[in-house]
Design a binder for this molecule. Sequence first.
Ligand code: BT5
Length: 322
Amino acid sequence: MSNKELIIHNLLNNEWVSGIDLAQKCGVSRTAVWNNIASFKSKGYDIESDHKLGYRLVGIPECLYPELVSYKLKSGVIGKKIIHYMSTGSTNIDAMRFALKGEKEGTVIVAETQTQGKGRFNSKWESVPNKSLAFSTLLRPYGKRPRQGYQFTMMAALSIVEAIYEFTGLKPRIKWPNDIYLNNKKIAGILTELNADTDLINFIILGIGINVNQNETDFPDNLSHATSIHCALKERIGRLDFFKLLLFYLDKRYNDLIQNKFSDIFKIWQSFSYPPGTKVFYSANSHEGNGVIEKVNEDGAVSIRKEGGEIISIYSGHLQIL
Ligand code: BT5
């Protein structure tokens, strides 16, 4: 843990800590403590100083700074290292760059906003500074095949609904293959990108975008089908604590996956997904049309019963709930 993180962690119980104690606990000089406090204040931390009592933290900024995310984070691998940007193009592109340079598994790249956030098939993903969540996690699963890539999207989707359910009591639905919906509007999306040889995955970038504290007016006109946790709950939620809970669930479900417990994940995933019989408009390669969901299969394909009764399996495509 860096000295910066240690200093903030020692202040996060909001009690007075003397400069000498802080310096000792963090293994730095008093001047270094003073310099760090000044730099924290410039980042938006509200810290009181008193020449006798020392320092006391009274407010934190609305940012997902690494030293805040790592405090009492209950996860083993995912989030062990956090890289934070106020603004970046796309955290998936950043994560890809770090991965190619040898960055360790579990590193999370998080941005307050993205200028070129992307969805599947190069579509655009919108985020709002300090209100949404946009982050990417680098995974290096051992011995997984490229055709198992969809399992990572499924475990991420499950982690997102579990975190939202525990944090808010709201029960979102998963829309095959990579979307999370609330009240039939999209609240989150997952972009899973692989770097693989023919037979083996080298690494995975798991990009997650979640609408957390946006108001209705924060969404552009072309996103009338989008919603946020705030819109559904009618109150703002603590984005930092929610993010930490999500990292915990991601870590837990990733662990299940690498211990070959995908069948367990898949069963729970199904209980959150739109059920058989849901009417959809499907589009995949050259096919498109109306139909109903017949089932989602453990190999990642969705079976659709077309209007004429024929059943087709789709491995990659879009569903629109009707
Ligand atoms: C997704 O693709 O939903 C994947 C989104 C992944 C975003 C994360 S953010 C962190 C990381 N870095 C990135 O650059 N990306 C990842 P897809 O299923 O193809 O859906 C994309 C479609 O969702 C767009 O074409 C829009 O219609 C819609 N959309 C865009 N922004 C949205 C938002 N904030 N809320 C709801 N829908 C949105």
